[in-house]
Design a protein around this ligand. Structure first.
Ligand code: ATP
Length: 196
């Protein structure tokens, strides 16, 4: 298993009451597979993803990455080196260009990456469908679909084995949604996501 959640509990305190969002939730994910998590609005999908991506921590239970507790790996280290995260609203740095956004995680990861990070980032963006002249634009001068491609390139830039995405097509029209899903499928069919 590349990722496992074991007996996760997460709640909000509502006066004297605990309102549980996740109760003894366990789930496991095999390497090299594509999973979709479905549930009603408010059922806790974002909460689960935030625990799996170490953006938040559970009240009890544990998350294992390649059999190791992510708390032991260190949440910050795990986020830098092991997981790429994609959000519904892209969460790019608006004052940076597309290429600069992709370079950010490359500058802080401890994973081994080629010296010529700029070339790698341009190639990655190009592969995902962002050509050079768009890569040099500020991201808020790109369409929603293009911004999400930049976010995908950013998530892949550190050569991670695991990508977690929270409604990555939620802000896009149907056609763009299909294109983004096709990118994920293409990446999956390549096995290892390394594009260098
Ligand atoms: N800060 C908070 N305080 C109290 N309750 C919260 C807080 N943040 C989220 N919740 C509640 O936690 C529950 C789970 O939220 P979560 O965002 O994980 O659901 P979701 O399944 O991702 O929903 P959606 O599909 O609408 O995005 C919701 O009922 C939400 O109202």
């Amino acid at each position: 298993m590349i990722l496992e959640a074991k007996d996760l509990n997460y709640y909000y305190q509502d006066g004297e009451q605990r309102r549980y969002i996740l109760k003894d939730t366990s789930i496991s994910f095999e390497k090299g597979k594509f999973y979709t998590i479905l549930g009603q609005s408010g059922s806790g999908k974002t909460t689960l993803l935030s625990l799996l991506s170490a953006l938040d921590s559970p009240h009890s239970g544990e998350v294992l990455f390649n059999e190791e507790n992510i708390k032991k790996i260190g949440y910050e280290k795990y986020r830098r080196n092991n997981v790429g995260i994609i959000f519904q609203s892209y969460n790019l740095i608006p004052t940076f260009t597309a290429i600069e956004n992709v370079l950010v995680p490359m500058s802080i990861t401890e994973n081994e990456i080629p010296d010529d990070t700029k070339t790698v980032a341009y190639n990655l963006l190009d592969y995902i469908g962002i050509v050079k002249n768009k890569a040099d634009r500020l991201v808020n001068q790109l369409s929603g679909g293009e911004q999400q491609r930049v976010a995908i390139a950013r998530a892949l830039a550190t050569n991670v084995e695991l990508i977690l995405a929270d409604e990555p097509t939620g802000n896009l029209d149907e056609e763009m949604e299909q294109e983004i899903i096709d990118i994920f499928k293409k990446l999956m069919s390549m096995g290892n996501v390394s594009l260098w």
